[in-house]
Design a binder for this molecule. Structure first.
Ligand SMILES: Cc1cc2nc3c(=O)[nH]c(=O)nc-3n(C[C@H](O)[C@H](O)[C@H](O)COP(=O)(O)O)c2cc1C
Length: 291
């Protein structure tokens, strides 16, 4: 599937690849009210990835329902709506509205957002806040699958995973971007107007693989909760690392900016690996890492 926020609302990506070849489409983060996002410069390429501080720019719930959902309906694909906010009520408003949208199969909570009521601490860096938001959204999420997207900006990601699984998450997405920074040495100023941003792409892949490995062993496998792995996947072997570490689903973001069709070559590469190793189903390699 596409990684949330990297392919807009699908029409932006439709010219580059036949979207019907995807397993699912994940939207940009949707918030209750429209957001203009951060000042420019919001994106910079790094040596092995990308640093972004978009600031959750999006059309807001009302325009999403009126203007974007009709386009998503044409995809004939399962759609997951990535949900963000600065209060629990923000998340609830968007998640509840998605119950009425047929093409939406689930919501993915982006909990890497500052909680205004808790002094700006990210929901996703505090297990108790992450559990609260998951528990509250769970109550309004009936037909929809509830995915919680974990922040890697923590010391113990398994504690977070465990908190949201206990609170009712159906699946875990991991990982979101890592907090990072770049400096223009001539101007002696941060490159991003927001000062810091989120690092993605190949640079973060080994961190993401390690985190999937830990969460799979400590939380997801015992609880029977699937992981959607992401973070720097660009080639088939990258995807295979995530599957062997325990991911059931895969999402691709930054690599699509380099090669929008890599999602297809990655799938073909996985199929080729399965054939070479005599497997009849991808499920045979999920978590098949030997340690
Ligand atoms: C330009 C850009 C925008 C993103 N926007 C969002 C977003 O709106 N919501 C979200 O949960 N994650 C967002 N992400 C994070 C990605 O979904 C993904 O978790 C992360 O980039 C790691 O995967 P990748 O290395 O394949 O890009 C964004 C990433 C990028 C590069």
């Amino acid at each position: 599937m596409t990684a949330g926020g990297t392919c807009g609302y699908a029409d932006e990506y439709a010219d580059f690849v036949d979207l019907r070849t995807l397993g699912a489409f994940v939207t940009k983060s949707i918030t209750a009210e429209p957001r203009a996002g951060n000042e420019y410069q919001r994106v910079i390429e790094t040596r092995a990835g990308m640093l972004n501080a978009i600031g959750l720019a999006n059309v807001g719930l009302k325009a999403f329902l009126a203007e974007k959902v009709p386009l998503l309906e044409k995809l004939k694909l399962p759609v997951f709506v990535n949900v963000a906010g600065t209060t629990v009520d923000d998340y609830l408003a968007v998640a509840a509205a998605m119950e009425g949208v047929k093409v939406v199969r689930g919501v993915e909570l982006n909990i890497s957002c500052p909680n205004v009521k808790a002094g700006g601490i990210e929901f996703g860096t505090d297990p108790s806040q992450a559990a609260t938001i998951t528990r509250e959204v769970r109550k309004v999420c009936k037909k929809n699958i509830l995915i919680v997207k974990l922040s890697p900006n923590v010391t113990n990601i398994s504690a977070l995973a465990s908190a949201v699984v206990d609170a009712g998450a159906d699946a875990l997405s991991m990982i979101n971007t890592l907090k990072a920074m770049a400096i223009d040495v001539e101007k002696r100023r941060p490159v991003l107007a927001n000062v810091t941003g989120g690092l993605s792409g190949p640079a973060i892949r080994p961190i993401a693989v390690r985190m999937v490995h830990e969460v799979y062993a400590q939380v997801a496998r015992p609880a029977g909760v699937p992981i959607i792995g992401m973070g720097g996947i660009q080639y088939p072997n990258d995807a295979l690392e995530f599957l062997l570490a325990g991911a059931t689903g895969l999402a691709i973001g930054t690599a699509l900016f380099i090669d929008p069709a890599c999602i297809i070559s990655i799938r073909e590469g996985i199929a080729d690996y399965l054939r070479r190793h005599g497997h009849s189903s991808i499920t045979e390699i999920i978590g098949a890492l030997k340690v």
